[in-house]
Design a protein around this ligand. Structure first.
Ligand SMILES: [Zn+2]
Length: 308
């Protein structure tokens, strides 16, 4: 494995028509198909680009989907572009800092940076005129203008617009959001979404501050003796070998609204919350309406994985 090939590049942007000399990265993002390393075919050579720095990528090894040791092939930058900085080259991410408030505001306007002031705790009231149950997804709401400490000069903060968001909104365009920078509630760092996600299977202790997690549903059931929608639904997530079990504990009706029913085994859930001790295991409970969501299956391959 070359030093350059990290598994933080989940997909390459593939476009035959994009011209790096005259067209912008946002045009590439618009035109491109997102391809996984195992979807690469050699006809794509010369037309796949990094979602971080937009220079050309190659797959390594180029000819086959596995290395000789059985490790899966991955994307890597071309050695000829070594002088072009890209944070996705490194195994460990660093928070992005901005030189000026204007630069950070421009990144927000361009949808490259999102400052989330909070996640919605309950569903916003439907407009009174509609009268019917509104199935359209709730988009992010405007949050307060806040002092955000993402300046390159320490001790400086920028006054920036924020959003009140939902995990469902992160999941809806998960592919596009994956390489955006987010300042999550309570955080003083702008990190790419791909780097903000922690696998529940890596969690071994309770936490005192909320964070962003994902986990695979291994079992889920309504905990009532005679099940009612107001009972707690116990959704068991794949957990670390060092702990007994891990449950997401939220009312059945709220989980059902997110698609978490008896049929959701095998799917992945994303949530924003604290980890608590629960019996002999761990849990995430008291999650608000906007603080968890099922990830659409088509995006599961983009989730960060362990060292395999
Ligand atoms: Zn790059």
């Amino acid at each position: 494995m070359s030093e350059d090939s990290t598994n933080r590049i989940k997909y390459a942007l593939y476009s035959e028509s994009w011209d790096a000399q005259i067209e912008s990265p946002s045009e590439l993002r618009r035109l491109a198909r997102r391809v996984l390393a195992n979807e690469y075919v050699d006809a794509m050579h010369g037309a796949i680009y990094c979602p971080g720095c937009f220079t050309a990528l190659t797959r390594t090894p180029r000819e086959k989907p596995f290395f000789a040791n059985g490790r899966r092939a991955c994307f890597a930058h071309l050695p000829t572009n070594r002088s072009i900085p890209c944070d996705l080259r490194s195994t460990r991410p660093e928070g992005k800092l901005f030189l000026t408030e204007e630069e950070a505001a421009r990144a927000i306007a361009n949808d490259e940076l999102v400052v989330v002031s909070s996640f919605l705790s309950s569903r916003p009231e439907a407009p009174e005129s509609s009268g019917v149950y509104d199935q359209t997804p709730v988009e992010d709401l405007t949050g307060p203008v806040s002092e955000v400490p993402i300046a390159r000069h320490r001790d400086r903060t920028f006054r920036l617009p924020t959003r009140v968001s939902t995990i469902a909104s992160l999941c809806r365009r998960f592919d596009e959001n994956l390489y955006r920078y987010y300042v999550l509630p309570g955080s003083s760092e702008a990190v790419r979404l791909v780097d903000a996600l922690t696998n529940v299977a890596d969690v071994t202790e309770p936490t005192s501050a909320p964070s962003l997690y994902f986990g695979e549903i291994v079992a889920t059931f309504n905990a009532g003796k005679s099940p009612k929608p107001t009972n707690i639904r116990m959704t068991q997530l794949r957990c670390n070998a060092g702990i007994a079990d891990f449950y997401l504990k939220v009312k059945d009706q709220l989980q059902a609204e997110k698609g978490i029913t008896d049929q959701a085994v095998g799917r992945y859930v994303l949530f924003w919350g604290k980890i608590s001790v629960s019996g002999i295991g761990l849990s995430a409970d008291h999650l608000g309406w906007g603080e968890f969501s099922l990830l659409p299956q088509k995006y599961e391959a983009y989730l960060p994985q362990g060292e395999t």
